[in-house]
Design a protein around this ligand. Structure first.
Ligand SMILES: NC(=O)c1ccc[n+]([C@@H]2O[C@H](COP(=O)([O-])OP(=O)(O)OC[C@H]3O[C@@H](n4cnc5c(N)ncnc54)[C@H](OP(=O)(O)O)[C@@H]3O)[C@@H](O)[C@H]2O)c1
Length: 237
């Protein structure tokens, strides 16, 4: 019989995290979701396997030790998408991008290291962006904050191996609430598709599918990696 494992998703109320939650539940696992708004799922066969916590994981470290004795994996999904020329970036913009993308991830991992270490093969998934490896105008603040996430990914992979794996996914534009300002009407969507080498926008489901795989034992030999899920944007011209 398949083992029921417990996974934590910080940021499971929408976007990639919401899709990851449903994929993990459908795989028969237990999920603890954390978000500022919380999730009301319709009653179904997965209801008992799911717990939604309303918590701001950037304002305070999110310690899940009252809700689980071990974690097989943790995904940290909060992110920002602020595109501005450098001269328009205010200090508070830089601080917010840094706090949501990097600091929130660090303090979540600090708070839950013991729970992850209880698991024989735990896996952490973080999120970067294609704009770290590929220079794009107006991305200075988010690229800086996500560049820190990529450094964190490799540092923690080294620090926590061999028990806990740490990887990141660097997507290009993905169809989620975060990207709504860039995909909000047909013209914007068509322009975004045209900019993509694959002439399409990634769905939350497909990016979550990669996160699902990174959290699973099928990726047991994978750590310290930043996986570019960007329709070829970072590697082709
Ligand atoms: N979508 C894209 O085009 C794209 C491209 C490149 C990289 N990424 C990265 O991929 C990751 C997931 O993106 P997404 O598009 O799925 O984002 P999203 O649609 O904005 O969803 C983010 C999730 O995080 C939660 N969240 C935000 N702040 C939080 C906080 N302080 N405490 C707890 N939960 C919080 C949100 O729920 P509440 O609002 O309820 O708290 C939501 O559930 C992000 O790191 C993003 O930077 C996305």
């Amino acid at each position: 019989m398949k083992q029921v494992l417990t996974y934590a998703i910080v940021g499971d109320s929408k976007g990639i995290g919401a899709s990851l939650r449903e994929q993990l539940l459908a795989s028969g696992h237990r999920v603890i979701g954390v978000s500022r708004t919380g999730v009301q799922r319709p009653a179904d066969e997965y209801s008992e396997a799911y717990q939604s916590l309303v918590f701001d994981a950037v304002e305070h470290p999110c310690d899940l030790s009252s809700f689980a004795t071990e974690l097989a994996g943790l995904a940290y999904c909060p992110g920002t998408l602020r595109l501005k020329p450098l001269r328009g970036l205010k200090r508070e913009h830089l601080v917010e991008d840094w706090e949501v993308n990097f600091l929130g991830a660090v303090q979540t991992l600090q708070a839950n290291h013991k729970l992850l270490a209880q698991s024989p093969n735990a896996s952490v998934v973080l999120f970067s962006t294609v704009a770290v490896g590929t220079g794009m105008p107006f991305h200075a603040s988010i690229a800086g904050a996500k560049g820190a996430v990529e450094g964190l990914t490799r540092s923690l992979a080294a620090e926590w191996m061999p028990k806990i794996r740490v990887n990141a996914i660097a997507p290009s534009l993905t169809d989620t609430p975060l990207a709504s300002s860039l995909l909000g009407n047909d013209a914007k969507r068509a322009a975004a598709e045209e900019r993509s080498p694959m002439k399409r926008i990634a769905s939350a489901t497909e990016v979550a599918g990669l996160a699902h795989w990174l959290l699973s034992a099928q990726s047991q030999h994978m750590t310290g990696q930043v996986l570019q899920m960007d329709g070829g944007m970072s590697r082709t011209r």
